[in-house]
Write a protein that binds this ligand. Sequence first.
Ligand code: PLP
Length: 467
Amino acid sequence: MATSTRTTQRTTQEWQAADAAHFLHPFTDHQGLAKKGARIIERADNIYLWDSEGHKILDAMSGLWCVNVGYGQEALVQAATKQLRQLPFYNAFFQTATTPAIELAELLAEVSPPGFEHVFFAGSGSEGNDTVVRMVRRYWDILGQPNRQVIISRNNAYHGSTMAGASLGGMSGMHAQGGLPIPGIQHIEQPYWWDHGRTQGLTRSEFGLVAARWLEERILAIGAENVAAFIGEPVQGAGGVIIPPATYWPEIQRICDKYGVLVVADEVICGFGRTGAWWGSQTMGFRPDLMTFAKGVTSGYVPLGGVMVGERIARALVDQGGEFNHGYTYSGHPVACAVALANIGLIRELGLVERVKNDTGPYLAQRFAELAEHPLVGDAETCGLMGALLLVKNRATGAAFDEAVGIGMVCRGHCFGNGLIMRAVGDRMIIAPPLVITRAQIDEMMVLIRRCLDLTLADAHAHGWLK
Ligand SMILES: *Cc1c(COP(=O)(O)O)cnc(C)c1O
């Protein structure tokens, strides 16, 4: 078959058939998808996608939480092309380095909080979290406390899909496949006020302290001398944009300091401006020892991940550690690093972090507060440019829809049908639009969201789901 015809001259049905025949998609019921046919996305610009049928779609999820600078940014394309021509690959294993990797390490230290002077590169967020597990355990070995092995995480956390990433994560469906979690990882309950605080009659700020103290209880149960680290997303993303009360993270910090436990922030979504600061830990008011990053570091144009390493750990590794027997072929990949340099440069040039903090973030919050009046919406929350709408059967009591209805999937179906990508996590409808979104585009998004909520409400009336 002539390769020149391959990518251009097929119908949507032909693409779908080839897709179903050969491509096993991530996190997908393959048989179910084969029956329906995948939606084929062909091109994108700014915050919009176009599918193979020519439909224009507003991408309120930034791809998969990653396209922070939006699609079609020529500076990133040029950086990749130039680097591909000059040096498409060289490794950093054998006492060598490439200039983009060095420059990116330097720039990452510059945009990180004080005390982060070193970075370990990986190819993705999952790999970054694998590195975290190796590194925190290695750290305690070097310090002569090899019993400090246990890493504490939270239910409904998402930390990736490798063996270590999925183990750190708190998704029961993932643990159920493949014999997870791996040993030495424990989970406490997530700081989700709606489920665990509201029903107990606690205010959000009271609940933040209660939820943080679940960590202290667990540390005492395990014995602090056995606990290596606590890991959390500053704001849980894939779990449904769960925004913890403002009291939560400072109390977590206090507890970890008290017992000498390392704090790891998984910044894969929150990093690079999403919350209105360079890092979500800055927005949430804590000082991690390690920060995992990926997604927004390259705006998803090419894969890259890694871990920012705080001085406490860096000093041990560098000064006392000898060889750290860990790394990836693509640690510091020159093309990925060149794209990241251009991406961070563009975030700065466009002032996107400040814009989210002072302009588009507060504006989204205001528009979401209006949506909270909709009959289907029990709770509407935002943090920077992430937001969640909780769909409920009864606003007065907060009663949930019957699970069999799958109200989130019904709403998501209407979004698909109306040119909007919004994701459903259970009954939470979530968004995380590109950071380049304007106020006018937020208005445009709100019209679409409201239309989809209205259509979902009409379904609920028609099918008697509100009874
Ligand atoms: C996406 C994500 C990961 C995993 O990143 P991959 O690049 O998919 O491996 C890890 N942590 C968080 C918080 C994420 O959102």
